[in-house]
Design a protein around this ligand. Structure first.
Ligand code: SF4
Length: 266
């Protein structure tokens, strides 16, 4: 597993402690149109095809199964937040169900950790049963997926579907990554079942594009009204009101649930 820097900066994943990638590669082909018209590709794709090429010899669109790293969370005894799949989408339709079950089996066994799953293929979530220490998250839609342009209407439909799926899932933390916040998503979040949300700016290489201030304010207004904690990514430039790095509402209860049986055995 790779340890993540917790410092607030313009790169990295500040909302987790480790990344764990028992699978790699992704066929979703996400692309984001930046405000200046440039197109950004998925950061994982850039890493796989330009930096970690030896681990991705068949390119990023190939599916890699890495059973050699499957046991890693069990070897880490200190409870941690672990981002499950920073280099793929575990719920991708191409990922064999038995591999997903093996990954979830390790999560179930490593009950002292919190595993942060994030997907752009929410409907497949309904085919699995998740241990309570797996946080189930959905990502806001990109501008393009699998070579197809996502119009605003399609993006909104996708968000509605994602939230509908989350409503049917019973885990202590259901969350959404809104990175980048690229349109006024707030109206779609009214009444959402989220226990946590992450908001970030758009990036393309070293260039960062800030969301409109009112988009952030609207999201905060909606989520604050329903007591959904918010975490700001370090790439967000936000001098306007309190900086947010809130933990999910379900996390503390989850920790108590996990610790309780262990304590009662003492
Ligand atoms: S789903 Fe995630 S890993 Fe796959 S292309 Fe999109 S952003 Fe990259």
């Amino acid at each position: 597993m790779n340890k993540q820097s917790k410092s607030r900066g313009r790169r990295g994943i500040e909302w987790t402690d480790y990344t764990w990638n028992p699978i790699g590669g992704c066929k979703h082909g996400c692309r984001w149109q930046m405000p200046d018209g440039t197109i950004a590709e998925c950061y994982a794709e850039t890493v796989a095809e330009r930096v970690a090429t030896s681990a991705y010899p068949h390119g990023f669109e190939h599916h890699y199964w890495r059973p050699d790293v499957l046991q890693e969370p069990l070897q880490l005894r200190t409870p941690a937040r672990i981002f499950l799949d920073s280099m793929s989408d575990l719920m991708g339709n191409w990922v064999p169900a038995d591999q997903i079950e093996q990954v979830l089996g390790v999560c179930r066994e490593a009950r002292w950790h919190s595993f942060q799953l994030l997907t752009k293929n929410a409907p497949r979530l309904l085919k699995f049963s998740f241990p309570s220490n797996v946080w189930i998250g959905v990502s806001a839609p990109p501008s393009m997926m699998m070579g197809k342009q996502l119009t605003r209407e399609l993006q909104e439909r996708m968000v509605k579907k994602q939230l509908e799926v989350l409503r049917q899932i019973r885990v202590p933390v259901r969350w959404m990554s809104i990175e980048p916040l690229s349109f006024d998503i707030a109206p779609l979040l009214v009444g959402s079942p989220l226990e946590w949300a992450v908001i970030g700016a758009a990036t393309n290489g070293s260039t960062t594009y800030q969301p409109q201030r009112e988009w952030v304010e609207n999201v905060l207004r909606v989520l604050d009204a329903q007591n959904t904690p918010v975490f700001f990514k370090g790439n967000l430039d936000w001098p306007h009101s309190r900086w947010r790095e809130d933990a999910p509402t379900g996390e503390q209860k989850l920790r108590l649930d996990i610790l309780q049986p262990a304590q009662s055995r003492l």
